[in-house]
Structures are given as structure tokens and as C-alpha cells.
Design a protein around this ligand. Structure first.
Ligand code: GDP
Length: 175
């Protein structure tokens, strides 16, 4: 049995649902530590990936940031994957995704210099008021180097595990 430790970042403006996402995903096995030095939380989730492989996911969530700020390099160190999240009812949180992704690409990369795999998650898709169309998200996702994007609702438990599985799959495919 091999165990892989994967550090995954979750970035995006405040109030888009990052900590709700992490809480929902790790559910019972919640292991939250406040890291005062870098101002982030991380939680741990164990996945039985296959008969021979276990995955220990370390999910790093930025605490208490209302809008984009450039993050310290310590936060990005060793990260192998990232979720950039926005709230589908908030166009400003969508616009910030470009900055979050640029900051990520400057500070975290694979050993060969390529960007680390990053998925764009449009959260709160349970809400009727949509500020961004699927076409716009699709174009933005391709233009900014996300390997894919997904709608999700932490509230309705939609696409949480799916988004994480796609990300882990992509991480394994580039390593
Ligand atoms: P963070 O600042 O990005 O960590 O966001 P939070 O996880 O604190 O969530 C911000 C607010 O959005 C909270 O009131 C959540 O209950 C709410 N929220 C999170 N996910 C969803 C969702 O999928 N749908 C709806 N309608 N509300 C959500």
C-alpha cells in the first residue's frame, strides 16, 4: 500500500464558500489547525484511491480574506493542486479569479516549471440569480489555464467529491 500526501490549496474571495466546501468534504474526519503565521487553515482527508494507493489530502484554505491579496510563498510551498472558487451569483468574485490564478502561477509550479493543476469551481449553483453565464466561465477557464471547471453547491452537496476527484486525477496524470 502506497500513501501519497497531496497539498491542495483553495483560494478565492471571501464568502464564496471555501471553508464550507472543506467542511463538507472532510465531514467526519475533520482536523482543523489555525496557522497563525501564514493565516490559513488546513484540514485532512484520507481517500482510498485504489487497492494499492491511499491519498492523504491536505486542504489549505485561506482564512478571513475578503478580496484578492497576494499570498506569501510559504502558503504555496509544496502545493500540487489548486481549487480557485467563486460564487456564481457574484461577478466580482468571478473577476478576482484571474488574479488568484496569476498569483498561483507565479508562486507554485511543477518541477518542470509548468503550472500546477487547477480547477475552477463555480459555487452556489443552487441560487437562481446567476451573475456569470456558462459560456463566459467556459471561455475564461480555457483562456486562463484551468484544466476544467465545474458548477458546485456546497449547500446541496453537489459536485464536491466530484471536483476533488477530478483534481486528484489530474495531479496524478501530470506527475
Ligand atoms: P469563505 O469565506 O469563502 O470560506 O466562505 P464560507 O464557507 O464562510 O461561506 C460563506 C457563506 O456562503 C456562508 O453563509 C455559507 O453558508 C454560504 N454558502 C456556502 N456554500 C454555499 C452554497 O453552495 N450555496 C449557498 N446558497 N450558500 C452557500
Amino acid at each position: 500500500m502506497t500513501e501519497h500526501l497531496l497539498k491542495i490549496l483553495i483560494v478565492g474571495d471571501g464568502n464564496v464558500g471555501k471553508s464550507s466546501f472543506v467542511n463538507r468534504y472532510v465531514s467526519g474526519q475533520f482536523n482543523r489547525t489555525y496557522k497563525m503565521t501564514v493565516g490559513v487553515d488546513f484540514a485532512v482527508k484520507l481517500l482510498n484511491w485504489s487497492d494499492e494507493e491511499k491519498v492523504r489530502l491536505q486542504l489549505w484554505d485561506i482564512a478571513g480574506q475578503e478580496r484578492f491579496i497576494s499570498m506569501t510563498r510559504i502558503y504555496y510551498k509544496g502545493a500540487v493542486g489548486c481549487i480557485v472558487m467563486f460564487d456564481i451569483s457574484s461577478s466580482s468574485s468571478f473577476l478576482s479569479c484571474r488574479l488568484w490564478k496569476q498569483d498561483l502561477d507565479h508562486k507554485a509550479m511543477l518541477p518542470n516549471g509548468d503550472p500546477i493543476p487547477c480547477i475552477l469551481v463555480a459555487n452556489k449553483c443552487d441560487l437562481a440569480e446567476r451573475a456569470v453565464s456558462a459560456d463566459t466561465i467556459d471561455r475564461f477557464s480555457r483562456d486562463n489555464g484551468f484544466f476544467t471547471w465545474m458548477e458546485a453547491s456546497v449547500k446541496e452537496n453537489k459536485n464536491i467529491g466530484e471536483a476533488m476527484r477530478r483534481l486528484v486525477q489530474e495531479i496524478f496524470s501530470v506527475h
